[in-house]
Design a protein around this ligand. Structure first.
Ligand code: NIG
Ligand code: FE
Length: 389
């Protein structure tokens, strides 16, 4: 079995306090040994074991690959005109989702697959090695099932979001659409999905409808996660916590009770600053959640409507500048936080036994991800020990 030693790492983020200093478990002058796709050893470069192959990091920073735990990448078309109108003063509404639904339904399987691959590669080139991928732009039994089938051929982190908005055909009978989502559509989608999600929001699904969707999914073995409290205050966060969801996503409009509920639960608060950036909305208060003791993840929410970015580095920079996070907290949230939101223990950290998902920065420290906003810093990426970038 051949081994790879990445050595002369100036600063190594392990995300394990047992390996180094602070919550990031920082190690200086470090090395990482990779064997059979896994991390086999981590420690000071001076005492590193011999290996078949060596990679000299030249004093640069090595981090876990980003874990993007919230993205909507199976779609066709774009919404440039809608973005332009917003930047001229129009406000964002969930109704724009239907534009992408029409384009997605009209696209072939090959087009959707090629589009998804393009975005996954775009993310990989920016250091992202795990991506969650939702359906939600099909909204028919066949279109939701094919979105998940296509997603599942590229990532195990697939999420059934038939309850994104009420399908246009059911505009006059939302109850019938919820019946479809919890019945025939769920039957077709469950074999291809790990998670079930719902957009719990005015103009999408209310608390009772969201509960019906999540419990039906859970009965089929899917684990809940929720689009919660994005555009207004609502029942989404409390429902997520009550149902033991892995994550409550967005968390922009929170009461003190919502913050306390998240802090006392295992439900991760996943913050998506790309959405507030691209809709010119108020950012979520990460500081408030962290100070209360909640686990915070950062993700892109990459989608053509509210957040058309695949850049986790961008999300880190905005979270530090606008949401009260320190660079350490933001980097942790974009790696270990995302792993927690996906209930994964094999990614999000550089520890012995973890999958060797690693990114080397063209910078001496992870802090540069926030300190040098907009600068492409990805120098190399390994996924499961294989050099990808
Ligand atoms: O997470 N909030 C609901 N869904 C997406 C937006 C989708 C769209 O506008 O196309 C989100 O922001
Ligand atoms: Fe989303």
């Amino acid at each position: 079995m051949s081994t790879l030693l990445i050595t002369d790492v100036g600063s190594l983020v392990t995300n394990d306090p047992a390996h180094g200093t602070g919550p990031l478990g920082l190690l200086e002058d470090a090395a990482v040994l990779v064997e059979a796709g896994r991390v086999a050893w981590v420690g000071p470069a001076a005492s590193a074991p011999a290996a078949d192959e060596r990679y000299e990091a030249g004093g640069r920073a090595l981090l876990p690959g980003f874990v993007d735990s919230h993205a909507h990448l199976v779609f066709a078309g774009d919404r440039t005109a809608e973005f332009n109108a917003r930047m001229s003063g129009q406000s964002y509404s969930a109704g724009g989702i239907r534009t992408t639904v029409a384009a997605t339904r009209a696209a072939s399987d090959e087009e959707l697959d090629a589009n998804l691959v393009r975005f996954l590669n775009e993310a990989l080139r920016q250091g992202t090695t795990t991506v969650e991928c939702k359906s939600g732009y099909g909204l028919t039994v066949a279109d939701e099932a094919r979105a998940l089938r296509i997603a599942a051929s590229h990532t195990p982190e697939t999420t059934y979001l038939g309850a994104h908005v009420v399908a246009p055909e059911f505009a006059d009978d939302p109850a019938a659409y919820v019946e479809l989502v919890t019945g025939e559509m769920l039957d077709a989608c469950a074999p291809h999905a790990r998670w079930v999600d719902v957009f719990c929001e005015q103009g999408a699904f209310d608390g009772d409808q969201a509960r019906a969707v999540l419990t039906a999914g859970a009965e089929r073995g899917l684990i809940p996660r929720v689009h919660a409290n994005q555009l207004s205050h609502g029942p989404g966060v409390q429902l997520a916590v009550e149902l033991g969801a892995a994550s409550a996503d967005h968390c922009t409009h929170l009461s003190d009770a919502d913050v306390a509920a998240l802090a006392e639960s295992d439900t991760v608060a996943t913050l998506l600053p790309g959405a507030e950036f691209s809709t010119r909305a108020k950012y979520p208060d990460a500081r408030r959640l962290l100070d209360a003791g909640a686990t915070v993840a950062l993700s892109t929410d990459c989608n053509p409507g509210s957040s058309f970015t695949s850049s986790m580095a961008f999300c880190i920079a905005v979270a530090v500048r606008e949401m009260g996070m320190t660079p350490d907290e933001a980097v942790y949230a974009a790696t270990a936080g995302g792993a927690r939101a996906l209930r994964r223990t094999d990614v999000g950290g550089i520890t012995v036994g973890a999958r060797a998902d690693l990114q080397l920065l063209d910078a001496p420290s992870h802090v540069h991800l926030a300190y040098r906003p907009g600068v492409p810093l990805t120098a190399a990426v390994w996924r499961a020990g294989v050099r990808m970038v």
